[in-house]
Design a protein. Sequence first.
Length: 567
Amino acid sequence: MNRGLADALLAARLLAHNPAALGGLCLRGGGPARDLVTQALAALLPPGTAWHRLPGHIDEERLCGGTDIAASLASGTLVHQRGLLAAARGGVLVVPMAQGLRADIAGRVAQAMDDAGGPILVLLDDGTADEARPPAALMERIAFDITLDGLRLSDLATPLPQALAATPVPPADNAMLGALAAAAQALGIASMRPLLQAAAVAQGHAALAGRATVNAEDVALAARLVLSPRATQVPPESAPPDDAPPEQEQTNRDGEDEGESEGPEIPEDLVIEAARAAIPRDVLDRIAAGQAGRAKTGGGGGSGQRLRSGRRGRPLGARPGMPGGGARLALIDSLRAAIPWQPLRQRDPAPDGAGPIRFRRDDLRVRRFEERRTTVTVFCVDASGSTAMARLAEAKGAAELILAQAYVKRAEVAVLAFRGEGAEVLLPPTRSLTRAKRALAALPGGGGSPLAHGLVLARQLAEAVAARGGTPILVFMTDGSANIALDGARGRARAQDDAQRAARAIAVAGHDAVVIDIAARPRPEAAALAQAMRARYLPLPCADARALHAAVAQATAPEPALRRARA
């Protein structure tokens, strides 16, 4: 059986055995395998356990409860309705597309989980490796974070695990807690929650196996399932233990010290090695890039910035305010705010023309929406000289790779080239792969290097993208050399000065940019151009389209360690 699926089914058994201590699990990817795990969890939980799904567009009233408008208007009295969190108490709350859950909703769910009898949380993460993870407030409160990948059709025929009559939960002894604490420290885990969850997993695994005490196998499994996905550093290689000094041996033979032992000896180095071997690949990549412990919010060519809107986008909770100026009245929310005050307001004489519901200015609510700005990756290609065709071919392939993800990640691509006496837009911003292939089929090249023209046109295109609500990312493929000035005069010195001024203008405008040096050897001109532009510099002399696409995704990642420094 696939390792990830086996771990997920075991996690379902452990979660059903002790849901209060383990909180829930996160399943990343998987498709049909994910359905198999949720079916297994449903079969292991007590009969009649309620399952609820959390819609991504849910509002505050539906989530936490509030006034039942229809019943209140019919009865003339205030009628409360239960929210989804109240209905899910003692049951299971499934969160689809958990990587996109809003922070305010995640906070409410976290509060419900902290209360006694809170729901079991099942997070379904459909994001890719370079996209956001579910909110940290929820990941902190669940024990398991499992990736379901590399599955085969035969794995989907795995029979569901059967509930076993578990023995009483063995007590937590000092040896178990000490070994888990050492593993958490070696992995750089500062929070106490994962340590307590790992202890509960070790105890639950021993109980399901019918053992009265926790052994090293239970502790190693707990470290692998709970601690490894949360690692922020790679544990150092363990050195062979030195011989114990005579004083320590004498102490170990002392009868009083033996009486303090509460269980079998659990080697700390064994638990640490088990945790090290199970650190997921994506966690290792984040550690190597210095991003461990920080949630990702998207990658190059990914989702744009989030903006508040009064007209369109993803619905958010209503807020007090007056309609107008682009804000629309939220009628239902206004009724919810006004109805509780009706018994008091009905005591006053009714003004002329008053209806059955008396509103005040403070009752009015307006709608709020959140929309993501479209990310437009602008490839600015140096198409001069004998290598122009190879560079344009790389840009074409990278553009097509990014466009393949356009509908998923709301990305657009544009291509401009500078050669001869000036620069031109070869492909306006588009999501259409067919249009891109048609426009990129035959790209001209050759001539001089009007780098300053390309920089000026790239800034103008970026400003046009920003003006229509997009997020531009400029990717320059050049060796940094220029020999055509802005006025068309030839000469390297003047052309380089114009290019430097144009690069500083991009920096002042604040556009995200990356300079990919495609010279046979890294050149100081390209590095100086990136410095003036305050852009990331990436020497990449030998790159195909796939390598270029990966470089753009890495260079435009939003983590501070990978993005350009701003002044």
